[in-house]
Design a protein around this ligand. Structure first.
Ligand SMILES: Nc1ncnc2c1ncn2[C@@H]1O[C@H](COP(=O)(O)OP(=O)(O)OP(=O)(O)O)[C@@H](O)[C@H]1O
Length: 352
């Protein structure tokens, strides 16, 4: 297993800076997701790790071995990197077996057991070995692409939006298969995605990227609970952000007085409450802030309920269990369950 580190990595295309000094450490055997909006530089970061392009400055090391420093670069084929792109990566005129064993030595290919091992690793039926890519589902094709990337036992596996072309039904199963294959192989992996649910559910650590910089690197639960600013909060999960005043460990906002965690300041703030923290009760109960139900989107296991705080208050969204939901037009009372997070108004990244 190999640790991957990047330090001070800068990359521009022409005059456009794309990476503005990225520091990243992926522990040996760890899976780190790079999460960020389109165009923030995620794929460029992967391409530099793979060696398909070189940074303008900075260093990249694999387990203490320098892959790039001071303008000197190890070529991609010597970096021991496996690459799983979005889709269409398989050789269409080769069978599954030929695709998977493509990067192996002739000796290993002949031995055959590595193919069986890899099919098992990614959860593919051995009978599929003789099929061609067009005879497989999208999810099966991505498993073959992963098996091919893992075949030569790479030091690091890079996955660039590997599930984005799959429909929702296939995506979940394919994600789980890929995750367990990476774990079983003990691979150090970097997964690029713009899907926050994917990043939170698959990775050991999530690096949030914005405009060529990593703005936060943390374990999924920490990132969700303690985003470093309002923009990260909005990007990682749904966020209810309300103007507030913080004093003595509580925030006063339109939802009442809410305890604030890890607060280190007093004064004007933006307070973050997650939709699942908003408790909605029937309008005739006691206590709470009055609101009217505007919209209910039912997802089965739970529902998203859009509420207008009355009179004239902001519109907010609550996440409620799927049973016993209010109807549009109902008058309800709202309260916040648990504590909130507050960002000083000047640091929210959202001030106008
Ligand atoms: N070879 C290139 N030449 C010039 N500009 C490039 C090149 N590759 C990427 N860029 C630019 O660099 C920026 C970052 O691109 P990149 O593909 O890394 O973003 P991304 O975060 O992966 O986006 P997406 O999620 O849409 O794939 C974009 O503005 C893109 O147009």
């Amino acid at each position: 297993m190999t640790e991957l580190t990047m330090s001070g990595v800068v990359k521009s295309f022409g005059r456009t800076p794309v990476l503005r000094g990225v520091d990243l450490r992926v522990p040996a055997g760890g899976i780190t997701a790079i999460l960020g909006p389109s165009g923030c530089g995620k794929s460029t970061l992967l391409r530099l790790i793979a060696g398909f392009a070189d940074p303008d400055s900075g260093t990249i090391t694999f387990g203490g071995r320098t892959a790039f420093a001071d303008g000197r670069s190890i070529p991609p084929q010597r970096r021991r990197v496996g690459y799983v792109p979005q889709e269409g990566a398989l050789f269409p005129h080769r069978t599954v077996a030929e695709n998977i064993t493509f990067g192996l030595t002739r000796h290993a290919r002949r031995a055959g057991h590595r193919l069986t091992e890899l099919l098992d690793l990614v959860g593919l039926d051995h009978e599929l070995a003789s099929r061609y890519p067009h005879e497989l589902s999208g999810g099966q094709q991505q498993r073959v692409a992963l098996a091919r990337a893992l075949a030569p036992a790479p030091a690091v596996v890079l996955l660039d939006e590997p599930f984005s072309a799959l429909d929702a039904g296939l995506r979940e199963g394919t994600r789980r298969a890929v995750l367990s294959a990476l774990r079983a192989a003990g691979a150090t992996a970097v997964l690029v995605t713009h899907d926050q649910a994917e990043a939170l559910s698959l990775a050991d650590e999530v690096a949030v990227m914005r405009a060529g910089r990593l703005v936060q690197l943390a374990a999924p639960a920490t990132l969700y609970r303690l985003p470093r600013d309002a923009d990260v909060a909005r990007f990682v999960g749904e966020a209810v952000l309300l103007p507030a005043w913080v004093r003595g460990g509580v925030a006063d906002c339109v939802l009442g007085t809410v305890p604030v965690r890890e607060v280190t300041f007093e004064g004007p703030a933006e307070v973050l409450v997650r939709p699942e923290q908003i408790k909605v009760t029937a309008g005739d109960d006691e206590g709470g802030v009055e609101a009217r139900v505007r919209e209910v989107s039912f997802y089965g296991h739970d529902a998203s309920v859009v509420l207008d705080i009355v009179p004239g208050g902001p519109r907010i969204t609550a996440r409620l269990p799927g049973a016993g939901l209010p109807d549009p037009g109902d008058r309800v009372l709202l309260a916040v369950h648990g504590d909130a997070l507050a960002f000083p108004k000047s640091d929210s990244g959202n001030d106008q």
